[in-house]
Design a protein around this ligand. Structure first.
Ligand code: GLN
Ligand code: ZN
Length: 754
């Protein structure tokens, strides 16, 4: 029988229940037993919901309390040694100490799960890392599911992916641990088999990457070992094509393989002809990474094609875990009705899978009405005047070939900028935001509730701007900012003022632990009907003689932190964003704001998973940034800002942005990052962050001085700026003032010596 299965379900809850329980447990307000009981209730609810939605095999073990990679480490007994915790007896307190740290341990490091916005806890490997099977908790959940009459399919992070995602802490090669790790997996699988589990999903998303030869070669022996246990393994791949590893995958002794046919539909043709007999193919035809209703007709064609060859060996699934999708569109009661018909969140996606199963098993006639409805939705999006704006298309078509170039090269621009800016050596600035105080948030909330008038809100924000300007003047900051008091979020603030964006009330997606994000949705052509920031920046400028820096979020970051329409290439959407932002840049310039920063913290994270696709991405991303920042006078100074990233491999692309000044987060890397810019001979001006803004700790003058001295050794003084690592919105005013005062003192002292 062809069946529907799911790879994973969002764990946070439709009302973010888990978030609130976790946070009250951390505050000591919810007892541990209550948290555990509530979490169990939630996961049971989700199992029943999935079964009710037609999922024949329900994922179990994916509902981590904090993170599924941490859970995988508990399962194989491989907790980071420095915590001195034993996985077998780990309690809630220990579990959260790993995740969040305590007075004596810094938390496990966190990083992005492939190219998603989910962050996992990074395993810590050492040559002596030991493993043991620790399946008690997973087995308990399998029993819970069984008790509810749910057919459980346990989900495991695969052994090679788990190793790959970790970091060596002693210089040893993580891959050397694989034999020991495989033993632990065998133990886990045996425990599951003893529970009567027949299928286990084992996720190896690293197969979508370009893997070094030794990693590729490690698959066969490990899976040969796992195959000794009497359970069927469904090897799950996602986030990209795995066709380059087709021979490797074909030879593995697994009972099934899952392919992501939304990111890489062409894989099906590559794999089908040589599909091993008796192997299940799980076709991921409903996108787990976006919010759009699936075109059922097109998905059905893929499935029919596969079923012809595979018959009942064809399974139907979302492309990846639904962890990355919001939960239920039905909660969006305030959303425009037409736009709402275009959306599908996790619950709706499961329903689509059920329909597709009926269509492929019973024939199209069985879902004729639903197919017609789906076709109608697709057509309504295709033809909607709300999606397609002629003026946007025309403008793009007419774009001059050099629209993404400044008039002159940097050296000449720098002269013209210096002539009016008259900045001292080592000019000082900040990254944009100042503390988002409780008063600011209260004012915004009241304004949104309609309790504060436009005029009163404006007055309240102007007061905050005036305060920020005053403080910066007192400190002597050379290029002040207005402080971004009026912004709730650096993407939402702009999205709300652009066409083509919609916002949900409950479209939360887990970012890490209890943290969730609610990405805006780009559904149509993007334009900017009127100025978005000019009024605030101009007001700020009116309060000071110093050059006020205008502050925008760049096109790549706007794209990267939104759900993006699936009916246009990302590169095109990015270009539209760039032009909308360019309108703002030009308006700012006209209003006398002649230093403008366009933040691109998400540039690096947009890099495709396969290095062969990097150049293409960097070309259009760079073009979009330049488009947004061109058309201004040579004397107008364009800044950009990027947070902590691995810049080394993309330095040429960063230089190609041709920003006059870039500020980067470097203090955490002890200026190592800057050294890379120096070695590369980065041509324009650069402001390495001289202190970490993530902690309330006030940096001592000596620390700042040490970092700046290091910076001066690699970047000539005339191209060096001084600034904190990133925006200050999460800090309090007393710390900010003290930290910036130290930064200014050090800078003044150094200037005298230069
Ligand atoms: N201008 C933004 C701020 O200062 C930049 C934030 C970021 O880089 N993530 O908050
Ligand atoms: Zn930043």
């Amino acid at each position: 029988m062809s069946i529907v299965h799911n790879l994973g379900f969002p764990r946070i809850g439709a009302k973010r229940e888990l978030k609130f329980w976790l946070e009250s447990y951390w505050k000591g307000e919810l007892p541990a037993e209550e948290l555990l009981k509530n979490a169990r209730g939630l996961r049971e609810k989700h199992w029943l919901l999935q079964r009710g939605a037609g999922v024949d095999r329900v994922p179990v073990g994916d509902a981590a309390l904090y993170d599924h990679v941490l859970d995988a480490l508990v399962l194989v007994g491989a907790l980071p040694k420095r915590f001195k915790l034993d996985a077998a007896s780990l309690d809630l307190k220990g579990y959260f100490t790993l995740a969040r740290g305590d007075a004596t341990h810094h938390a496990m490091e966190m990083t992005k799960w492939f190219d998603t916005n989910y962050h996992y806890l990074v395993p810590e490997w050492r040559a002596d890392t030991a493993f043991f099977a620790n399946p008690a908790r997973l087995v308990e959940q399998v029993r819970e599911a069984k008790a509810l009459g749910v057919t459980a399919k346990p989900v495991l992070v695969g052994p090679l992916t788990l190793l790959w995602l970790g970091k060596s802490k002693d210089g040893s090669q993580p891959l050397e641990l694989i034999a020991k790790l495989a033993e632990a997996y065998v133990g886990v699988l045996e425990a599951l088999a003893a529970e009567g589990v027949d299928w286990v999903q084992i996720d190896e998303p690293i197969l979508a990457l370009d893997l070094p030869a030794e990693w590729r070669e490690a698959f066969a022996p490990v899976y040969a070992k796992l195959a000794e246990v009497r359970v069927k393994l469904l090897l799950a791949t996602y986030f990209g094509s795995v066709a380059q590893h087709a021979a490797l995958i074909a030879a593995l002794p697994v009972a099934g393989v899952h392919l992501d046919l939304t990111r890489a539909p062409e894989q099906l043709d590559a794999f089908l002809p040589a599909w091993p007999e008796n192997r299940v193919l799980s076709a991921g035809v409903v996108n787990g990474r976006n919010v759009w209703r699936t075109g059922l007709s097109a998905a059905l064609v893929q499935l029919e094609n596969a079923r012809q060859k595979l018959g009942d060996k064809l399974w139907i699934a979302p492309s990846c875990s639904l962890l990355h999708s919001p939960i239920d569109v039905a909660q969006e009661t305030e959303l425009d009705v037409e736009l709402k018909t275009w959306l599908a969140f996790a619950v709706q996606k499961l329903n689509e899978l059920k329909l597709l199963k009926r269509g492929v098993v019973n024939g199209r006639g069985d879902i004729a009405n639903e197919l017609a409805a789906s076709d109608f939705v697709q057509a309504s999006r295709r033809n909607s005047p709300r999606v397609h704006r002629l003026e946007v298309a025309t403008r793009l078509a007419k774009l001059a070939p050099n629209a993404d170039r400044r008039d002159s090269a940097y050296p000449l621009r720098a002269k013209k900028q210096a002539a009016w800016l008259k900045l001292p050596l080592l000019p000082t600035t900040t990254i944009g935001s100042f503390p988002q105080t409780a008063e600011i948030r209260a004012a915004r909330a009241a304004f949104k509730r309609g309790e504060l008038s436009d005029a009163d809100y404006k007055t309240a924000m102007q007061k905050e701007i005036a305060l920020a300007v005053r403080e910066q003047e007192a400190l002597g900051i050379d290029v002040p900012v207005h402080g971004e008091a009026e912004r709730n979020d650096m993407v939402e603030y702009f999205g709300e003022q652009m066409t083509g964006y919609l916002f949900t009330r409950h479209g939360w997606v887990q970012s890490y632990g209890s943290r969730c994000v609610k990405p805006p949705v780009i559904y149509g052509d993007v334009a900017r009907p009127k100025a978005m920031t000019v009024e605030w920046s101009a007001y700020a400028q009116s309060l000071t003689d110093k050059p006020m820096k205008g502050m925008l979020t760049g096109p790549v970051t706007m794209l990267q932190w939104s759900f993006v329409r699936d009916d246009a290439p990302r590169s095109l959407v990015c270009k539209q964003l760039a032009l909308a932002l360019n309108d703002e840049v030009l308006d700012l310039e006209t209003a006398g704001i002649r230093v403008i920063q366009i933040d691109e913290p998400a540039l690096r994270e947009g890099l495709p998973l396969k290095s062969a696709d990097w150049d293409g991405y960097l070309a259009w991303a760079g073009e979009a940034f330049r488009l947004s920042s061109s058309g201004v006078d040579d004397a107008t100074q364009i800044h950009t800002h990027m947070c902590y990233s691995e810049f080394n491999d993309i330095l040429p692309a960063i230089a190609a942005l041709d920003a006059d000044v870039i500020t980067i987060e470097t203090s955490r890397s002890d200026m190592e990052l800057l050294t890379a810019f120096g070695d590369f001979e980065y041509p324009n001006e650069i402001g390495p962050g001289v202190y970490d803004i993530h902690s309330p700790r006030i940096p001592a003058e000596e620390e700042i001085e040490r970092l700046l001295t290091k910076a001066l050794a690699v970047i000539p003084a005339r191209r060096l700026w001084v600034n904190p690592d990133c925006g200050l919105k999460t800090r309090g005013w007393p710390e900010v003032k003290a930290a910036l005062a130290n930064m200014m003192t050090v800078t003044r002292n150094l200037r005298e010596k230069l």
